[in-house]
Write a protein that binds this ligand. Structure first.
Ligand code: ZN
Length: 456
């Protein structure tokens, strides 16, 4: 593609802007790309790109998956560009490509790992052909931003280039059917003891066959629409899995992954099903990039789920666990609530949802709370629930609707003083569930809880 004067003005302006922003110690991961796209709308198509591009998209897990892929590649001395510290929309991707190129718009980088927001597909894929496009899963998310899974999967199908090989969650019937003409590789987890025949969740995003509208029959349900299903009337069904977890042992934290009849053992770094899916996604991508089992396992052992998403500490015999519970995202919240109820021992839960935070650009409404399984918190093992923060009264209504006795709930607007109500009798674990926008607040709450435990 001929580059032209607009391209060079955009490139040089963005490069200069990056230098200035860095001198001013400002974030330079968004505006240079935004500027370049303003000056030259088809900039992404014109700039040189690495030969191999892995794009990662999906409702949940894309940041964790990207972080892990990048850390393991780095550990194995791969050189690549990524948008780890940048934004995952067109301006962020553009900034990453600019940083990977010289003043003539040429690059000597061979590999790019890019996290891409699903909704940015129409602005990115017409100009950039991923070698692999990974889709972790597709669920209902913030209504305001994402509408519905049908809308999102349609955007993906319309915009993914025909040459791209897809790496898809085969246990997700929505994800596994995007861009049906493209070459695809499925990953998945075989039936687990904990899988049921009925869906326990409020939300399920695919109920009828997209081909003939007959109600789907589930062979088993893991959570929401994750599981294995078939249409009783036509040939629509869950796909055959290429990278299949055939065994999962949470006692020694190992999985057996089968590909092409070869079984390999891998380490797990989390016992949470969401993170196990993330790990399986990462292994599948790395195998496709040519890494072997030893390389992956060696680096996997050094991995940790990022501290802002999960942390645990034991103080005077009581465990304090912080866990991200992303507001406006009913599936992510429900998975966390499920993890909490299944966690062994007596628990107290501190719930700090903050989707009204200005960084969340103002929440839509509380509809998402009614797609979220607050009912999972109605469990004997949970003896106290403290709710605080902007959503505390909405939480109160929702918890009462879930049938939770008001004696168990304490509620207050201020997060720090709310902790005064924490009762530590018989408690083995305190869960602090927080939003994406309340990381500092979470730290303050955690410190206060730990002091209370020390003085207990
Ligand atoms: Zn059908």
């Amino acid at each position: 593609m001929k580059k032209g004067i607009r391209f060079y003005i955009a490139l040089w302006g963005a490069k200069l802007g990056t230098i200035l922003l860095k001198l001013l110690r400002r974030n330079a991961s968004f505006f240079p790309g935004k500027f370049a796209l303003k000056v030259c709308p088809d900039f992404i198509g014109k700039i040189d790109k690495p030969q191999t591009i892995v794009a990662v998209t999906g409702t949940n897990g894309k940041t964790t998956v990207c972080n892990m892929i990048e850390d393991i590649l780095k550990d194995n001395n791969f050189v690549f560009i990524d948008n780890k510290y940048g934004s995952n929309i067109d301006a962020g991707v553009t900034t990453t490509l600019i940083n990977g190129a010289n003043f003539m718009g040429k690059t000597n980088k061979k590999l790019a790992i890019l996290e891409v927001d699903e909704r940015s597909s129409p602005k990115i894929y017409p100009y950039l052909t991923p070698t692999y496009l990974v889709c972790t899963n597709l669920f209902r998310d913030s209504l305001m931003r994402n509408a519905h899974t049908e809308f999102i999967s349609e955007i993906l199908t319309k915009n993914i280039p025909k040459e791209t090989t897809l790496i898809l969650n085969g246990d997700d019937l929505i994800t596994s059917n995007i861009a049906p003409e493209n070459k695809r590789i499925y990953f998945g987890i075989d039936r687990l003891e904990t899988d049921g025949s009925k869906c326990e969740n409020i939300a399920r995003d695919i109920i009828v066959c997209p081909k003939c509208n007959t109600k789907l029959e589930y062979d088993y349900v893991r959570y929401n629409h994750i599981g294995k299903a078939h249409c009783p009337k036509c040939d629509f069904k869950s796909p055959e899995i290429d990278y299949l977890v055939t065994k999962m042992n949470l006692n020694n934290m190992k999985i057996i992954l089968k590909n092409n009849e070869i079984e390999e053992e891998y380490d797990l770094i989390s016992d949470n099903i969401i993170n196990i899916y993330n790990i399986v996604t990462v292994i599948t991508v790395l195998k496709q990039l040519g890494l072997n089992k030893e390389q992956i396992n060696e680096s996997l052992k050094k991995q940790k789920i990022v501290d802002t998403r999960y942390s645990d500490e034991t103080v005077n015999g009581i465990k304090v666990i912080t866990h991200l519970a992303k507001g406006m995202n009913p599936i992510a919240c429900s998975r966390v609530f499920d993890y909490v109820r299944k966690y062994k021992g007596k628990k107290a839960v501190i719930l700090l949802l903050d989707d009204l935070h200005e960084a969340a650009r103002g929440s839509e409404n509380t509809a998402w709370q009614y797609d979220t399984d607050y009912e999972f918190l109605n469990d004997e093992s949970i003896s106290q629930i403290i709710i605080a923060g902007a959503r505390y009264l909405d939480d109160l209504v929702r918890l009462e609707m879930a049938g939770i006795s008001k004696d168990k709930i304490s509620y207050q607007r201020d997060e720090i003083t709310a902790i005064d109500n924490l009762k530590l009798d018989d408690i083995e674990t305190v869960f602090i569930l927080h939003d994406l926008y309340s990381i500092e607040l979470k730290e303050a709450v955690k410190n206060k809880v730990e002091i209370m435990i020390k003085n207990y």
